[in-house]
Design a protein around this ligand. Structure first.
Ligand SMILES: Nc1ncnc2c1ncn2[C@@H]1O[C@H](COP(=O)(O)OP(=O)(O)OP(=O)(O)O)[C@@H](O)[C@H]1O
Ligand SMILES: [Mg+2]
Length: 593
């Protein structure tokens, strides 16, 4: 039997996207030591950048004022410079090593948390959300959070550190020069403040457009056979182009605002840098404030480092806004409250297979009429119940109630005398097999598809299941037998073959309860009889609910439940119901069942 998944999400804390920066820090809760280590190595590896202007200034002073310095100073300065350059190899490696470990671990944790959450969210949530949009969150948004991490833990601290060192050295050599620094930063901050809101808005619009496009693209690809069969290629291409165009428009607007931000800050810094150079050169020329030629080089050098660092911080701001938006986007999954309520409920380790419906009603939130209404029904263990009724009668809704994908809005369903509302449905479903109307197969081998969801199955059990599903012959004819890859959703198999694989998959779990939604598509006589034979084996010795379309299935059922507009109209076996001459007899005459 399969293991149940843990209730807590991998992160070990509650995701709160309304405080994205705090959230980002929390994501690194377990790896903060690595971040600190990485920063430490950065300081060392980056030291040539701060040392160089000092050394150049020393050497220039040495050349312009040879009377004050000995040649030894030149070698000393040169030695320090070369050593500081050489140490870069090991320290840079260690800096990246520590950073990469922390960031990649965060990526892994976050993706796992999303996956766990997706498996906990209700089936209604999944029916409403698009695969493409979820994929975009799982792949692109986590990537963006990774980039954000790099900004917050690498670029920004590094730049801040550089600024601090530049300020400290300047304060020591020419304190009055700090005025330039002090004036530059508020000017840049003002510009950024003004652009923050439009930047945030355009990022949000862009992200939503990418999600819509992603959802549309996966739908378009899925629909290609239908599109082609209807000759609607031009329409599909046109619609897709519109989405792509919307992404382009949003992207261009976003790039535009980023360009304005970057250019404005660049201009501010370059202007201040130019003023700084001219002023210090002028003062040196006039012999005022004891500014030497070396000081001019040093100050302009540091001013450039300072402005570059500030510019770096400002340049990563747009990327950070994108990252914060990604944190919100991931929150749409991690904070979604629409979970299947299993937490704290009673797990079960045995199922007999008796059901009792007591005044069960169910209404979909969007529908005024209930889809299921006042159902009373008792089902004995090992009984086979056929559900029949016109389209929209509520058969699939009833099946989803049985599976616990939907919960009754009124009344109760009892399993072996226990209210299903009080059970951990994940443990219950380990005793259930479902053969859906449309067989869902995945890209993999025949063996992997049959064994999906089962653990520790022996080769003999596998062979037996295949034999009972009457799938032995066609599997043997495949080029590599059980190890043949079957293409996405069983593309290389016929409808009947796919159904028999689904039956083998259901059989191997040896379920106590079987839920079967018969395919409406008719098969050729040979496939039909093989499937009927397989189904007979499958239904034996378990409680079975079957949404039945085939006469042979209906004949074999112990009881037939006829539904209409969500209510039970008639219950009985085939002959009793024909004699009653009611809805079933009508449906039968019309060959609807
Ligand atoms: N996800 C949903 N949201 C809102 N209404 C729904 C949803 N699914 C079904 N319904 C409505 O509930 C009613 C019962 O639908 P249900 O799918 O159970 O019918 P059915 O008997 O399985 O029909 P069919 O034989 O065509 O599969 C219908 O009126 C349908 O419109
Ligand atoms: Mg249905």
């Amino acid at each position: 039997m399969t293991k149940t998944i843990p209730d807590s999400i991998e992160l070990g804390f509650h995701y709160r996207s309304d405080a994205p920066l705090r959230m980002l820090l929390l994501l690194y809760r377990s790896d903060w030591q690595k971040l600190v280590l990485s920063l430490l190595f950065f300081v060392i590896k980056h030291s040539p950048e701060w040392i160089r202007p000092l050394i150049i200034a020393n050497i220039i002073d040495l050349l312009t004022q040879p009377q004050h310095h000995s040649l030894f100073n030149l070698w000393l300065n040169g030695g320090i410079l070369i050593f500081s350059i050489m140490q870069n190899l090991p320290t840079h490696y260690l800096h990246i090593w520590a950073m990469s470990h922390a960031i990649r671990q965060m990526e892994l944790n976050l993706r796992s948390a999303i996956i766990v959450r997706l498996q906990q969210l209700s089936i209604s949530y999944h029916n409403q959300s698009s695969t493409g949009a979820i994929q975009a969150k799982l792949l692109q948004d986590v990537d963006k959070i990774q980039q954000l991490s790099q900004s917050v833990f690498q670029f920004i601290p590094a730049a801040l550190l550089t600024i601090l060192i530049a300020i400290a050295v300047t304060a020591q050599r020419a304190p009055w020069f700090l005025l330039f620094f002090v004036a530059t930063v508020p000017a840049a901050v003002l510009v950024i403040q003004g652009l923050r809101q439009p930047m945030h808005d355009r990022n949000h619009v862009f992200r939503k457009q990418v999600e819509t496009m992603s959802a549309h693209l996966s739908e378009m690809i899925k629909l290609i056979p239908v599109t082609r069969a209807h000759g609607a290629e031009a329409v599909a291409i046109g619609q897709t182009r519109d989405r792509l165009d919307a992404v382009k428009q949003a992207g261009v607007r976003l790039d535009g605002i980023n360009a304005v931000t970057n250019a404005s800050t660049w201009i501010i810094f370059r202007m201040f840098s130019a003023i700084c150079l001219l002023t210090s050169a002028y003062l040196a020329h006039q012999g005022q404030l004891q500014v030497s030629a070396g000081d001019v080089v040093l100050l302009t050098g540091y001013f450039d480092t300072l402005t570059q660092s500030t510019a770096q911080i400002l340049a990563v701001l747009p990327q950070m806004t994108t990252g914060f938006e990604a944190i919100r986007s991931v929150g749409e999954v991690l904070e979604c409250p629409d979970l299947e309520a299993n937490q704290g409920k009673q797990p079960i380790n045995q199922v007999v297979g008796r059901f009792h419906f007591e005044q069960v009603s169910f209404s979909y939130p969007s529908q005024p009429q209930p889809a299921i209404q006042g159902i009373n029904l008792t089902v004995a263990e090992d009984e086979t119940i056929a559900l029949v009724g016109p389209s929209g009668a509520g058969k699939s809704t009833l099946v989803n109630l049985l599976l616990g994908f939907l919960r009754p809005t009124e009344g109760q369903i009892f399993l072996d005398g226990q209210d299903m509302n009080h059970l951990d449905l994940r443990t219950y479903r380990q005793f259930v097999s479902v053969v859906a109307q449309e067989t869902i197969l995945f890209e993999g081998t025949v063996r992997e598809n049959i064994l999906y969801g089962s653990q520790s199955v022996s080769e003999t059990q596998l062979k037996q299941a295949i034999c009972d599903a009457h799938a032995e012959e066609f599997i043997a004819q495949l080029s590599e037998g059980l190890n043949t890859r079957i293409g996405e959703n069983g593309a290389r198999l016929s409808g009947g073959q796919r159904q028999r694989l689904a039956i083998a998959r259901a059989l191997i779990r040896n379920p106590r309860i079987l839920i079967l939604d018969e395919a409406t598509a008719s098969l050729d006589a040979a496939s039909e009889s093989l499937i009927q034979a397989a189904l007979t084996t499958l239904m034996r010795g378990r409680t079975t609910f079957v949404v039945a379309h085939r006469l042979s299935t209906i004949h074999r059922a112990d009881r037939i439940v006829v539904l209409e507009k969500g209510c039970i109209k008639e219950v009985g076996n085939h002959h009793q119901l024909l004699q009653q001459d009611g809805l079933y007899a009508q449906l039968h005459a019309l060959q609807v069942v």
